[in-house]
Design a protein around this ligand. Structure first.
Ligand SMILES: O=P(O)(O)OC[C@H]1O[C@H](OP(=O)(O)OP(=O)(O)O)[C@H](O)[C@@H]1O
Ligand SMILES: O=C(O)c1cc(=O)[nH]c(=O)[nH]1
Ligand SMILES: [Mg+2]
Length: 197
């Protein structure tokens, strides 16, 4: 049976996983933020990951669910989220990685020409990683019919160029390095993600 989850239910899952971090974080984009959604902690419990993915899959339009034959996600953060989404949709999962700095399919993963895929992220902030992933899917011959993510923290600003379905939208501030509020500048910064600076 398909799980129905409210925004409060989703937030409760994040809280239960200790995934709502507070401090001073440098994001993938180089922006700074007092809050970080650590989706890896949410996905530590595979049952929690499955619940969230099923809830997100249930929100996708039937036309999207009916078209996609694979979920493709950008490593590292997207790997487990993409695997759970693929399980929920009953399709295959692949991930993109960037050992040379540009996302590519490796490990024998391949798309047939025109294959319709869902691009799955853990978190979208500026949307740059998602756009890079969608470009890599196109370079590999695939067509991204929609994007999905556990969290959209772009405050509505991310334009991925395809319909975008986040499980939850969170209003979280982020700041350029040269415009930090004093209270944030006073805290030492950590960079949890893996994008090279
Ligand atoms: O929308 P954006 O501004 O691109 O930010 C979101 C991206 O940042 C994080 O990845 P990160 O590059 O930190 O690496 P990781 O996935 O290996 O943790 C996250 O997993 C998204 O991919
Ligand atoms: O923008 C990011 O890099 C980012 C923000 C966030 O809250 N969580 C995360 O995993 N990445
Ligand atoms: Mg990532």
């Amino acid at each position: 049976m398909t799980e129905q989850m409210s925004e409060a239910d989703v937030l409760a899952e994040f809280r239960a996983a200790d995934a709502l971090l507070e401090g001073h974080f440098v994001l993938s984009s180089g922006l700074h933020s007092p809050r970080y959604l650590q989706c890896a902690r949410v996905l530590m419990d595979p049952r929690r990951g499955a619940r969230l993915a099923e809830a997100l899959a249930a929100r996708l339009p039937a036309a999207v669910r009916g078209q996609v034959t694979a979920v493709v996600s950008p490593a590292m953060g997207g790997v487990i989220a993409g695997q759970e989404m693929a399980r929920a949709l009953g399709v295959e999962a692949m991930f993109l990685e960037r050992p040379t700095g540009v996302f590519e399919l490796r490990r024998g993963f391949r798309l047939v020409a025109g294959q319709r895929v869902l691009m799955m992220e853990d978190v979208v902030t500026t949307g740059l990683s998602s756009r890079e992933a969608i470009a890599a899917i196109a370079a590999a011959g695939g067509e991204t019919v929609a994007a999905a993510a556990l969290v959209d923290r772009s405050n509505g600003a991310a334009d991925l160029g395809v319909p975008f379905f986040p499980l939850i939208r969170l209003d979280v501030p982020s700041y350029p390095a040269d415009a930090l509020p004093a209270e944030l500048a006073a805290i030492p910064a950590t960079k949890p993600g893996s994008r090279a600076a």
